[in-house]
Design a binder for this molecule. Sequence first.
Ligand SMILES: [Zn+2]
Length: 94
Amino acid sequence: MAICEHCGKDISTLNNVQSGYVIYEMDANGSYSQVDGFEPDGNMNEWHCPNCSSNIALCEEDAMEFLSRGVPGDNILTREGKTRRVAFKRNHTS
Ligand SMILES: [Zn+2]
């Protein structure tokens, strides 16, 4: 069980929020049809609390660790919007 430190709710899933784009084809009648699926642009890829939408983790490893062990990873945003470090470090570039 994992407790969100922002809202205090016991959560068992996280929302993976990604930025990107979707392309639609538009005709002269103003009708739209989707051309391709969602394409992430890599600018944002975060795991949020499904209850309060606070950012819990910035990588999948931290998100998995939070859900399985109930503790946030080494690189989460605090309520003040600052990045918090804990004892261990991990490479987030991969
Ligand atoms: Zn929350």
